[in-house]
Ligand binder design. Structure first.
Ligand SMILES: *[C@@H]1O[C@H](CO)[C@@H](O)[C@H](O)[C@H]1NC(C)=O
Ligand SMILES: *[C@@H]1O[C@H](CO)[C@@H](O)[C@H](O)[C@H]1NC(C)=O
Ligand SMILES: *[C@@H]1O[C@H](CO)[C@@H](O)[C@H](O)[C@H]1NC(C)=O
Ligand SMILES: *[C@@H]1O[C@H](CO)[C@@H](O)[C@H](O)[C@H]1NC(C)=O
Length: 392
């Protein structure tokens, strides 16, 4: 038997070794002057903590203790960062300035640019967007609003157990990134807050969104041009506009969307369920290889929709037809209720009809009565129980 004393000594030696070895790379933002009172501007302190982490080469942790930290818009740049393993552990809440004009024209509130191997664990972002939404809804001229958290041109990103509340605009943006994992994300904004998309992914590959709960005033997840190998699993969405691929095809030269999987998702009281939306404009973009699987939709206006005629007020659409080619879209095990009679709507392009649309086990009802499917320029096949009866 090893005597207790010896174990104690052993343990304290190990503890001493780890704490001293880890110290240089354990960075508490309060040591850089951050004050958790929600009133003192902590932007400089956070940027200094970031610079300190970037200057080391060993894995580093930036720690944000409990409390509220006021931050203006900030860019955490990775261009000259030596560190490829920075963890930001947040027990507190980061709050945006009360005056929405401070960050309202900055594009982004917290922006990570060209970083590699950054992980964020925990924490809450409070965008305090209500006053800006009120300005927008009143029709006055107001700033566009800032995205709360954005990653641009970055690789190997993890965001785990982060909450984002009431962003001025998009809550999270992943743009030009490779390999980003968003897990246990909670996003919340009122159903009538304008442009508060949950997660927007664009020009990015290998993005995974797991176990997330998103309620917003716009798309829960929106998928822009140049997205490939996107995996969304176990998403709960509502309120909001659902999951949207698009709007695509604004530009003639535009990258397509490819290999998107949405597996196990519930939509509750959303405007749409799963949507693909393209501008009625010439474009060489495309959408292909998309799977929507194990989806439950409750009371959505448009549970399943492809809309290639998007052109508000018929402005800026010279040909009134979409050039975006849509193919190989599968809806498998999708059931629930529709708030309108047309539960399945495929309005595809005249010039480039949709092809390879597959319905496999779809059951959507409308007020306990059969719903209707509506097709234009759409080709595909149905298998298993498909209700409403497909219109191919
Ligand atoms: C990202 O992670 C993968 C696997 O862990 C690694 O092979 C790759 O080099 C990393 N990418 C960058 C840019 O560090
Ligand atoms: C799905 O995500 C929720 C969080 O939104 C989580 O509580 C639940 O355990 C997840 N389900 C599975 C099967 O992982
Ligand atoms: C599609 O994307 C998934 C990740 O979402 C990836 O595992 C798979 O290899 C991709 N398939 C192809 C054919 O690239
Ligand atoms: C479709 O769903 C409704 C409501 O859940 C159910 O009553 C009906 O039996 C289902 N239809 C088929 C063909 O499975």
């Amino acid at each position: 038997m090893i005597p207790c004393k010896m174990i104690q000594v052993l343990l304290s030696t190990i503890f001493f070794y780890y704490s001293s070895a880890a110290n240089p790379s354990y960075i508490n933002v309060q040591n850089f002057g951050a004050k958790p009172n929600g009133k003192s501007d902590c932007t400089k302190a956070f940027l200094s903590a970031w610079a300190a982490a970037c200057a080391t080469t060993q894995p580093a942790t930036i720690y944000v203790p409990a409390g509220r930290y006021l931050l203006r818009n900030a860019i955490f740049a990775g261009n000259s960062c030596k560190n490829k393993a920075i963890t930001i552990r947040i027990d507190g809440t980061l709050v945006a300035p009360t005056d929405y004009k401070v960050i309202g024209n900055a594009g982004n509130w917290l922006k990570f640019y060209r970083v590699t191997g950054v992980s964020i664990y925990g924490g809450t972002l409070d965008g305090g967007g209500a006053k800006l939404w009120a300005c927008k809804t009143s029709g006055k001229s107001c700033p566009k609003g800032a995205t709360s958290l954005a990653f641009y041109n970055s690789n190997n990103i993890t965001i785990n157990a982060l909450s984002s509340l009431n962003s001025q605009m998009f809550h999270i943006l992943i743009y030009g990134c490779q390999n980003a994992n968003l897990i246990n994300t909670k996003i919340s904004a009122p159903g009538n807050s304008p442009n508060t998309d949950g997660i927007h992914v664009q020009q990015s590959s290998a993005v995974t969104i797991l176990n997330s709960r998103i309620g917003t005033g716009d798309d829960c997840v929106s998928i822009g041009p140049g997205t490939s190998n996107l995996w969304i699993e176990n998403l709960s969405c509502g309120p909001g506009h659902g999951i949207s691929i698009g709007s695509l095809g604004w530009d003639m030269q535009e990258e397509g969307v490819q290999n998107v999987t949405v597996k196990t998702a519930t939509f509750t009281g959303t405007q749409n369920g799963v949507r693909v939306k393209t501008w009625a404009r010439p474009s060489n973009a495309f959408v292909r290889d998309v799977l929507f699987q194990h989806v439950v939709i409750q009371n959505a206006q448009n549970p399943i929709i492809i809309d290639q005629n998007y052109c508000p007020d018929h402005q800026n659409c010279p040909t009134e037809g979409s050039g975006v080619r849509i193919s190989d879209i599968t809806y498998q095990d999708v059931h629930g209720t529709s708030a309108s009679q047309v539960a399945v709507k495929f309005v595809c392009s005249k010039t480039k009809p949709c092809s390879g649309i597959r319905l496999d086990g779809v059951n959507l009802t409308y007020r306990n009565k059969p719903a209707v499917a509506s097709c234009a320029n759409a080709d595909g096949m149905a298998s298993g129980v498909v209700q409403p009866t497909s219109c191919f």
